[in-house]
Design a binder for this molecule. Structure first.
Ligand code: SF4
Length: 221
């Protein structure tokens, strides 16, 4: 008989919960992709390329998506046929190619916003302090995945050379971005910032220690 005492270990139940959310995200992805006139993998490619004007090499694109190069190549070819991306020789290496989004790809990417996702709506229904805390938890899990090399470094503040955590005494805006030379709050932490530049490993480790060590307690309800 199932009871709280016979529950699977905590990490397993967290995973069960994340899988339920991932199922809803996949449904949202299909709806967004339909609105953009592509499939979810193609939309994921447009997502990655949209914030990268210089484009990406096919291998880096595949790595960002967590798929094989042949899988990425198939989707890139389909997008090329739709006029949404184009390939150019990699500067200094004529044998490799760099993929860039086109204006038609940008239009398709913008059209995805016509299908608001159920998961985003569910998250936005939470009180502000819980949304902020959820963002911190998401950042923490992504960082763990990066450090274990399960995924590439993402363009998050906590891995950025411009990020100075808790540089200010202001509780509402404790962090500092050296790129724009401005203070900002926890709720403004970025997951995918165009201006991100990856800090050296030792700097990333020190930044994370400073960031994590000064976290306020979780919201209580
Ligand atoms: S440049 Fe972007 S990622 Fe880097 S600290 Fe500033 S806002 Fe964060």
């Amino acid at each position: 008989m199932e009871s709280p005492r016979t529950a699977p270990p905590l990490p397993m139940r967290v995973l069960e919960g994340l899988e339920r959310i991932a199922t809803a995200i996949r449904a949202d992805d299909w709806n967004r992709a339909r609105a953009a006139g592509v499939n979810p993998t193609q939309l994921a490619i447009l997502d990655v390329l949209e914030g990268r004007p210089a484009g990406l090499a096919v291998r880096d694109l595949a790595s960002q998506l967590g798929v094989s190069q042949p899988t990425a190549t198939d989707s890139i070819l389909a997008l090329e046929r739709k006029g949404m991306v184009e390939k150019r020789p990699e500067p200094g290496d004529g044998r490799s190619q760099r993929v860039q989004i086109t204006p038609a790809g940008r239009d398709a990417h913008a059209a995805r916003a016509a299908a608001p996702g159920a998961v985003a709506q569910a998250a936005s229904a939470l009180p502000d302090d819980q949304q902020e805390y959820l963002l911190l938890l998401v950042v923490s899990v992504i960082r763990q995945l990066q450090e274990s090399q399960a995924i590439p470094i993402q363009r998050m503040c906590v891995s950025c050379r411009y990020f100075r955590p808790y540089a200010h005494a202001d509780a509402a805006k404790p962090h500092h971005c050296n790129f724009v030379d401005a203070a900002f709050g926890q709720q403004d932490l970025r997951i995918d910032c165009r201006e991100h530049e990856t800090a050296d490993p030792s700097v990333r480790a020190a930044t994370w220690t400073a960031f994590e060590g000064s976290q306020p307690p979780p919201p209580s309800r």
